[in-house]
Design a protein around this ligand. Structure first.
Ligand code: ATP
Length: 402
């Protein structure tokens, strides 16, 4: 049993008189055996959090507990926590065997035979048994990464801390190691905090993910919760690739009025806004439907127009093979005349839609884009707080309300 709790943890640094708040009142519980991914943009406080848990940084305010015992004052070697660094941090003058043994010598009082046995067993499990007598400089990046992991695993710690351990690997190896790490963590059942700035890694690896920004916890939940029920605009924009589209609007009556479009709301969506007037409308690229023209959409003739279909023009297409990212702009913007026509592409208000790879559209083509109301997210434009998230068919998926 190893449950790790951060309770109101804060940390700041002084940088030539400037006070930098690295971690701001962070409270988080990592459950026994769980793989929790701490994710956020560069500088949001991920590494500092991990280093405080490991004992490499002091905890000036708040508490860190392991199974209910405060560990803030314990030196790193007695914490029963093993850390894997992005740089692997292997000792260059030691062989793989010596690197793996070293951690054991520092943190346990096992007999020499027992240490050798453990090193060999772990090396076998990690597929590096034939590398035991090599030096790190004679290993590939992937092999060094395995050794760094092996060195953590051999200690049989209560908690693993991993700081971007895959970021030095090429894309293919990274994807392979991601799966391998997940399987390993599940088999070992060791409580793990995994830090990354890569939202794909967070989505694919985490039992739960905790999203940080500016040292503050934005949301903690399963990847699916964070994706479909983001707590705020930051999370909505950070999780998902391509990013959610956002449109700034003002509520007039029951209609959201944006720069080049108007979006009427149902009474259910309208009531979620209370008295908020400045509203950010969000929609994920895969939720926008494109019909080449109205006759292409078989449901169209039977459907009452609900004001959620928009004339748009295809700006740029990014073919990805399995799908296409299509950038559109509202035709209304083009109709405004030469000033808009004359603008550079990036200045136009484009939004992105993902289409199946076999669907083709042409740059410059006019298409009707439909933004179904059940898919939209509404945020308070001032605070960023989510006021309404998309409606989900939750049959078979457990997605509790916030
Ligand atoms: P990255 O993904 O780039 O590693 P991070 O989310 O891990 O970023 P931290 O390394 O925890 O972020 O840094 C959080 C903030 O604290 C940053 O603004 C950083 O510049 C600052 N910081 C971290 N360590 C120190 C230090 N020793 N002295 C001064 N400022 C620091």
């Amino acid at each position: 049993m190893a449950e790790l709790t951060l309770d109101g943890v804060s940390k700041h640094f002084d940088d030539g008189g400037d006070r930098i708040v690295a971690v701001d009142d962070l409270s988080l519980t990592i459950r026994d055996g769980e793989l929790l991914v701490l994710v956020g943009p560069s500088g949001c406080g991920k590494s500092t959090t991990l280093r405080m848990i490991a004992g490499l940084e002091t905890v000036p305010s708040g508490e860190i507990r392991l199974d209910g015992t405060v560990i803030d004052d314990q030196p790193p070697t007695t914490r029963d926590i093993a850390m894997v660094f992005q740089s692997y941090a292997l000792y260059p003058h030691m062989t793989v065997r010596e690197n793996m043994r070293f951690g054991l010598e520092e943190s346990t009082d096992l007999s020499a035979d027992e240490m050798d046995r453990r090193v060999e067993e772990t090396a076998e499990m990690m597929g590096i048994a034939d590398l035991l007598d090599r030096k790190p400089s004679d290993l590939s990046g992937g092999q060094q990464q395995r050794v760094a992991l092996g060195r953590a695993i051999v200690r049989d710690p209560k908690v693993f801390l991993m700081d971007e351990p895959l970021s030095n690997l090429d894309a293919k190896l990274r994807a392979q190691m991601r799966t391998e790490l997940q399987r390993l963590q599940e088999d070992l059942g060791v409580t793990t905090v995994y830090v990354t700035h890569d939202q794909t890694e967070a989505m694919t690896m985490g039992d739960r993910i905790a999203i940080l920004n500016d040292g503050k916890l934005q949301q903690v939940g399963t990847p699916i919760e964070a994706y479909h029920r983001p707590a705020n605009r930051f999370v909505a924009g950070f999780i998902g690739e391509p990013s959610m589209n956002f449109f700034e609007t003002t509520l007039e009556g029951d209609t959201l009025v944006g720069e080049h479009f108007e979006y009427p709301l149902s009474s259910e969506s309208r009531s979620a806004l209370d008295d908020v007037k400045q509203v950010t409308l969000g929609v994920r690229p895969e939720d926008v439907e494109i019909v080449r023209d109205r006759s292409d959409d078989p449901g169209q003739s039977d459907r009452e127009s609900d004001g959620h279909d928009f004339r748009t023009v295809v700006d740029v297409i990014e073919p990805m093979g399995n799908e296409n990212n299509v950038y559109l702009w509202f035709a209304a913007a083009r109709d405004e005349g030469p000033t808009v026509e004359g603008q550079a592409t990036e200045e136009r208000r484009t939004f992105v839609v993902t289409l199946g790879g076999m669907r083709t559209v042409e740059a410059g083509e006019e298409v009707v884009a439909r933004i179904p109301e059940e898919t939209i997210h509404l945020f308070d434009a001032e605070t960023g707080e989510a006021l309404r998230n998309r409606v989900l068919d939750t049959s078979g998926v457990s997605i509790p309300n916030r």
